[in-house]
Design a protein around this ligand. Structure first.
Ligand code: DGY
Length: 329
């Protein structure tokens, strides 16, 4: 009997592809070409499953054009690139990759926040440029992280892991804003206090954005919100581009409306707003918050577990461990 066919959209670890080959006829992408939506549709013809990352759009047009597709398995936790209701309507199960990246991503969010607060990238560029000629009292004097107020916008798993680092490791006072409040026991463990969005913006010394992207969170932080922040505050975004209005942020950084920012995600990435590239008080990284090798491997393995199970194989046959719409099966 022939094996079902699946597509792997981006270059992944060879042993990951080998796991898929045990069950499927696999078309992979070892040269890591970024396919256009039309190329993706063409390659998906006859495929029962697809392994994606957080960047391939899966929408109604694609689903209509790929009637054999039964499973969309992403190695990302964020799934704003996938129209889940449309997948459900087409009988396509979708999975993401939560949990395995939580701690790694929180580590990185904390690193970006600290780099912004302590002006690490800015001062490194200065040193590399050959401009360092003497030690001076106030050179690159930043803001403290320990003991400061950490504001977390979006208190899901990653937000809680950031809060835990702040509260337990750095003695920070933690405030957060989220649609739903945490259980009292978790609030107590984190020493975290729910506040409304305006209070979060006004009171945070270091604001970390960890909210998922959706139409409702588009430009959740723009000029009006930045105007509420302390001039000494930092803003860190490890969630998704588009949540922060990058043009407004670049202006606020240039005007010193806020002290500094750390950004791992951008509107329209991999393009970056040109104004962000010219302001010194922002640390910019290319969407790598989850990029430790063990974590990226764990994310890819989880996507494979889901794909194998979704197409009826392996120990979880019929029950993909992290399906977002199991009702589609
Ligand atoms: C995620 O998992 O959502 C990361 O942002 C990588 O896409």
């Amino acid at each position: 009997m022939s094996k079902p066919a699946v597509l792997v959209c981006r270059a992944v670890f060879p042993d990951i592809v080998d796991r898929l080959r045990e069950h499927f006829d696999v078309e992979d992408n070892p040269s890591d070409v970024v396919w256009t939506p039309a190329e993706l549709i063409q390659r998906l013809q006859g495929k029962a499953g697809v392994f994606i990352t957080g960047t391939q759009p899966i929408d109604t047009a694609l689903l209509d054009a790929c009637p054999q597709l039964k499973a969309v398995c992403s190695m990302a936790v964020g799934y704003n690139n996938v129209d889940v209701p449309a997948c459900t309507a087409h009988g396509v199960v979708v999975s993401n990759a939560p949990d395995v990246l939580t701690e790694t991503t929180a580590d990185f969010g904390f690193a970006l926040m600290m780099a912004a607060a302590r002006r690490i990238a800015e001062s490194e560029h200065f040193l590399r440029s050959g401009a360092w000629s003497k030690w001076s009292v106030d050179a690159f004097a930043g803001t403290d992280v320990h003991g400061a107020t950490l504001g977390v916008l979006g208190m899901g798993r990653i937000g809680q892991a950031v809060a835990r680092r702040g509260a337990l490791g750095f003695g920070m006072k933690v405030i957060y804003h989220n649609r739903s409040r945490l259980d009292a026991a978790i609030e107590a463990e984190l020493g975290a206090r729910w506040v409304d969005k305006e209070a979060l913006l006004r009171e945070s010394d270091h604001l970390v954005i960890v909210v998922p992207y959706s139409a409702a969170s588009h430009h959740l932080v723009g000029a009006a919100e930045l105007a509420l922040m302390k001039p000494t505050a930092t803003l860190t975004n490890i969630a998704r581009g588009g949540i922060v209005d990058d043009a407004a942020l670049a202006q606020a950084l240039r005007d010193k409306r806020i002290a500094a920012a750390g950004l791992d995600v951008f509107e329209g990435e991999p393009s970056v707003h040109p104004d962000l590239l010219t302001v010194p008080n922002v640390v910019l990284t290319p969407h790598i918050a989850s990029a430790s090798l063990p974590t990226r491997r764990a994310m890819a393995h989880l996507a494979v577990d889901n794909l194998i199970a979704a197409l009826g194989f392996g120990p979880h046959a019929g029950h993909p461990p992290t399906a977002l719409n199991p009702e589609a099966l």
